[in-house]
Design a protein around this ligand. Structure first.
Ligand code: PEP
Ligand code: MN
Length: 337
C-alpha cells in the first residue's frame, strides 16, 4: 500500500504517519516528489488499519499496490527517478552512453579505449575486472588490478566508471574504485549480492537475467531499493530464445514496459543483446527510439584481439558513427545527447 500525503502536509505530519506505520509493524519508505510526499508501506500489511491512517492529519488517501514490486513501481514514485553520478545525470532529459571494453585487459588497452570513447562523447567508461565467463578456462579478468586501472582511467579522462561485482564479499572493494556497480545478467537473482549492493552507497546498474521476466527484474530491483539504495538503473540486455543468429534476443518492448511499470532509469545493452557488431548500431538506434535513457556499448580498438566479446565490440570508428547518429533520434523524442 502507498499513502499519498496532501500537498500541504508538513514534515511533522509525514514523520507522524511514518512512525504510525512502523508501530504497526511495517517499514515506511518516503518518496518526496515536487508535488507531494508518498509513503510506501512495506511488509505484512494485514495489521495496518487503512481507515485509521486515512484519518491522520496530512493524509490525502491510501492506495493498494497490487503488483509484487512496490518501491520500484510508478505508483510509489510517479516522476522519473533522476540522479547524478559524478556530474552526469541519469534518467533525465539527457541520454547517457556508457562505453568501453568488455574486460579490462591491460593498462594500455584501457587508457586507449577510455580516450576514444571520451572523445566520441561517452559519459561513463565501462570495463569488467571480474568477468563471469561460461568456461573456467577463459580469461577471468584482472581482479583488483583491473579496478585500479579503472580508477586510473577515471583520473585521466574524468569519466565515471561502471564495473561488475560478482559476489557480496567483493562489494566493499569494488565500491572503493567504481562509481557504478554492475550486477551482471547471471547474478540478477543472487539475492545475497542484491542485499549487499542495496546496503552500499553506490548506484547500481542491474542487468536483466537472460532467462528472467520483466517482473523478476523489477523484483530484483526491489531487493536493492528495500535495503536502502534508491539509485538503481535497469538494463535490458537480451534474453535467451530459440533464435540462433543472435547471441540473445533483445526485448525492445521491455523498454516502454519498464518505463510504464517503474520510475527507474532504463538502459539498453545492444552488444550482449545481439552478440554481433553489425547489429549493434541499428539495435542501439532502436533502443533510443523506444525510449531508453541510455546505452551501454562494448568498444575495442582491435576487436579481433579482444580477450572477451570481440565479435560484438565496435571498432572506434563505428562507435563514433553511432554517437553521431543518436542526437537526431534523441531530438525526435524531445531529448538530448
Ligand atoms: C558484460 O557487461 O560484459 C556482461 C558480462 O554482461 P551480461 O551480464 O549482460 O552478460
Ligand atoms: Mn561482455
Amino acid at each position: 500500500m502507498i499513502i499519498i500525503m496532501k500537498h500541504a502536509a508538513t514534515t511533522a505530519q509525514v514523520a507522524n504517519v511514518a512512525a504510525r506505520v512502523e508501530q504497526m509493524g511495517c517499514q515506511a519508505h518516503l518518496s518526496e516528489g515536487v508535488e507531494r510526499t508518498i509513503i510506501g508501506v512495506i511488509g505484512n500489511e494485514r495489521p495496518i488499519d487503512r481507515e485509521q491512517i486515512e484519518r491522520m492529519a496530512g493524509v490525502e488517501r491510501t492506495v493498494p499496490v497490487l503488483r509484487p514490486f512496490k518501491l520500484a513501481s510508478r505508483e510509489f514514485h510517479p516522476q522519473d527517478t533522476v540522479f547524478p553520478i559524478n556530474g552526469v545525470s541519469i534518467g533525465g532529459e539527457g541520454l547517457i552512453v556508457m562505453a568501453g571494453p568488455c574486460a579490462v585487459e591491460s593498462r594500455e588497452l584501457l587508457m586507449e579505449t577510455a580516450e576514444i570513447v571520451k572523445d566520441a562523447g561517452a559519459h561513463v567508461l565501462r570495463g569488467g575486472a571480474y568477468k563471469p565467463r561460461t568456461s573456467p578456462y577463459s580469461f577471468q579478468g584482472l581482479g583488483e588490478e583491473g579496478l585500479r586501472l579503472l580508477a586510473e582511467a577515471r583520473q585521466q579522462t574524468g569519466l565515471p566508471v561502471v564495473t561488475e561485482v560478482m559476489a557480496p564479499e567483493q562489494v566493499p572493494l569494488v565500491s572503493t574504485y567504481a562509481d557504478i556497480l554492475q550486477i551482471g545478467a547471471r547474478s540478477m537473482q543472487n539475492y545475497a549480492l542484491l542485499h549487499a549492493v542495496g546496503e552500499s552507497q553506490r548506484p547500481v546498474l542491474l542487468k536483466r537475467g537472460m532467462m528472467s521476466t520483466i517482473e523478476e527484474l523489477l523484483m530484483s530491483a526491489e531487493y536493492i531499493l528495500s535495503h536502502g539504495n534508491h539509485r538503481v538503473i535497469l538494463c535490458e540486455r537480451g534474453i535467451r530464445t530459440f533464435e540462433k543468429y543472435t547471441r540473445n534476443t533483445l526485448d525492445i518492448s521491455a523498454v516502454p514496459l519498464l518505463k510504464q511499470l517503474s520510475h527507474l532509469p532504463v538502459m539498453v545493452d545492444p552488444s550482449h543483446g545481439t552478440g554481433h557488431w553489425e547489429l549493434v548500431v541499428p539495435v542501439a538506434r532502436a533502443a533510443i527510439a523506444a525510449g531508453a535513457d541510455g546505452l551501454i556499448v562494448e568498444v575495442h580498438p582491435r576487436p579481433e584481439e579482444a580477450l572477451s566479446d570481440g565479435a560484438q565490440s565496435l571498432k572506434p570508428s563505428r562507435f563514433v558513427e553511432l554517437m553521431q547518429m543518436l542526437p537526431p533520434i534523441a531530438a525526435a523524442l524531445g531529448r538530448t545527447l
